[in-house]
Design a protein around this ligand. Structure first.
Ligand code: PEP
Ligand code: MG
Length: 568
């Protein structure tokens, strides 16, 4: 069975199947609407009581962030609009409470499921969860409760709702398989937080699994093996043990410097999208934040975030990082990231269009609001500001001029800000890489955004599956550009980092060290492994290898050189 690997790791064990009962709603005309309304009110009350208990348990056991889901559930149950529609249906169409509830919630679920935004689409699951609970309380239908788990089990469910996960005893769950759901559904997020291997979206095939079966799940690959043979169990047990050993070894790198065998220190930072992601950075001992993608603050909402809202988010990240560097990238919207409340022109090629800094320079008020919030937050930590998608010196100068203007405004208003903020730019457009010698005189640092730099260098859309084989990070043109940027930065005495995906790629890390990259920024979960890899490298030897790479003609030749690098 193949699904989506939602939380990494291997689990081997006995299953506990939890299927939601099919509650059959018989259509019948009712006579006493008032009695139906009383039933509705009772079921809503009972459901609220249950949710309040779950909310408390979730807050105690998982944390306030997770518990917020249940606050959302309570809000759904308290929604006067939805309640009014159900009541009107009962009185107007003379249908039972069950039928009215089901119909109204179906409309709401449809509304959310059809939204463009993935996050909002997945909120439909909250309404489904709440509706099921109320229906169960109306009909008295029985469900298998996850509170009844005995021993250590792998949970198999159609969909694991937040109420389910809140009730289960997490110490007894060693793995999760679900028929539905995606990488950002509640069960996936919860599984990753608790480090439980999980495969979601495995489809109808999971109906073949019964309670008490033996299964293997591979949360990295998204595979499920039902009733495996002894040989397979042996193979996966060995794999699981190797994973656990590695995890243990990596934990021993917490609190250590990131340093090569010949004593060259580099900085290992993390990429984040929201203030909550700082949890993962601290857990994995990130030495800073190399990329805070602020666009997430602007998404999943109906209006621009205010200066105050932004200030609170930036302040929280800076304070929690306790003086460690935090590189905040100014708004990078456009391309594939759109805001429902910002009308943009139809573009033939949005990735080559009004994106990132171009959009900010065209909409100065949006840009200035963000810069004001950043400057105000700067006194709470070690802030560095970075501009995305710079393709000409004029653009950079204009962005810096606006920043200067904002500084002046704050000064006139008597508002404090730090005088020591480093200003940098992303190198993600070939023009910026080629002109890096000039740019280096105008900024305090570079951060190479290889995700875009690769797409623009080889003219391959980074999201197009048809040509994914051409989006090859081993392309010698990309590697030449990277080396060039690092050298030009160093010539002017500035530091050079990288926040594109390849900064955390174990195959490329050695040559990046050889090229002299100063800072590596990546997903928090890759940090300790990267520190481990770097601690086994000898930079002096890798300098030669990076020169060899530059002389390669093809990606295949590059890979041959990379294979010749032996990492102990
Ligand atoms: C990049 O382009 O490499 C980068 C880090 O930015 P994003 O992935 O947000 O475009
Ligand atoms: Mg980019």
């Amino acid at each position: 069975m193949i699904g989506i690997g939602a939380s990494p790791g291997i689990a081997i064990g006995t299953t506990f199947v939890k299927r939601n009962p099919d509650i059959e709603i018989k259509k019948k005309k009712i006579i006493h609407a008032d009695e139906e309304i009383i039933r509705l009110k009772d079921a809503l009350l009972k459901s609220k009581e249950e949710i309040r208990l779950i909310l408390k348990k979730a807050a105690d056991e998982i944390g306030n962030e997770e518990a917020k889901v249940f606050e959302a559930h309570l809000m759904i149950l308290d929604d006067p609009e939805m309640y009014g529609q159900i009541e009107n249906k009962i009185r107007g169409a003379k249908v039972s409470t069950e039928e009215a509830l089901e119909e109204v919630s179906k409309t709401y679920i449809g509304l959310f499921e059809n939204m463009d935004n993935l996050y909002m689409r997945e909120r439909a699951a909250d309404i489904k969860d709440v509706t099921k609970r109320v229906l169960r309380n109306l009909t008295g239908a029985d469900t298998v409760s996850l509170a009844d788990i005995k021993g250590q089990v792998i949970i198999v469910a159609d969909e694991l709702t937040p109420s389910d996960t809140a009730q289960m005893d997490k110490t007894r769950v060693i793995g999760i398989i679900t028929e539905l759901g995606g990488k950002t559904s509640h069960s996936s997020i919860m599984a990753r937080t608790l480090e439980i291997p999980a495969v979601v979206g495995a489809g109808k095939e999971i109906e073949h699994i019964k309670s008490g079966d033996t299964v293997i799940i591979d949360g990295d690959k998204g595979t499920v093996i039902l009733n495996p043979e002894e040989a397979l169990i042996k193979k996966y047990t060995a794999k699981k043990e190797a994973c656990q050993q590695l995890k243990k070894k990596l934990k021993s790198f917490i609190g250590k410097d990131t340093i090569t065998k010949d004593g060259i220190k580099v900085e290992l930072a993390a990429n984040i999208g929201t203030p909550e992601d700082v949890d993962g950075v601290l857990k994995n001992d990130g030495e800073g934040i190399g990329l805070y993608r602020t666009e997430f603050l602007y998404m999943d909402r109906d209006t621009f975030p205010t200066e105050e809202e932004q200030f609170i988010a930036y302040k929280s990240v800076l304070e929690r990082m306790g003086g460690k560097p935090v590189v905040v990238r100014t708004l990078d919207i456009g391309g594939d990231k759109i805001l429902p409340y910002l009308a943009l022109p139809e573009e033939m090629n949005p990735f080559l269009g009004l994106r990132a800094i171009r959009l900010c320079l065209n909409n100065k008020e949006i840009f200035k609001t963000q810069l004001r919030a950043l400057l105000r937050a700067s006194i709470y930590g070690n802030l560095k500001i970075m501009f995305p998608m710079i393709s000409s010196v004029e653009e950079l100068r204009e962005a810096k001029k606006i920043l200067e203007k904002v500084r002046q405004e704050l000064k006139n208003e008597g508002i404090r800000y730090s005088f020591k903020i480093e200003i940098g730019m992303m190198i993600e457009v070939p023009a910026a890489a080629i002109l890096s010698e000039i740019f280096a005189k105008e900024v305090d640092f570079f951060s190479i955004g290889t995700n875009d730099l690769l797409q623009y260098t080889v003219a391959v859309d980074r999201g197009n599956k048809e040509i994914a084989n051409l989006y090859n990070p081993f392309h010698p043109a990309l590697l030449r550009l990277i080396k060039n940027v690092i050298e030009n930065g160093h010539k002017e005495g500035i530091w050079v980092g990288m926040c594109g995906e390849i900064a955390g790629d174990p195959r490329l890390i050695p040559v990046l060290v050889g090229m002299g990259l100063d800072e590596f920024s990546m997903s928090p979960i890759s940090i300790l492994n990267t520190r481990f890899i770097i601690s086994n490298l000898i930079k002096k030897e890798l300098e030669k290898k990076s020169q060899e790479i530059i002389n390669c003609s093809t990606a295949e030749e590059v890979c041959e050189v990379l294979d010749s690098i032996c990492v102990k």
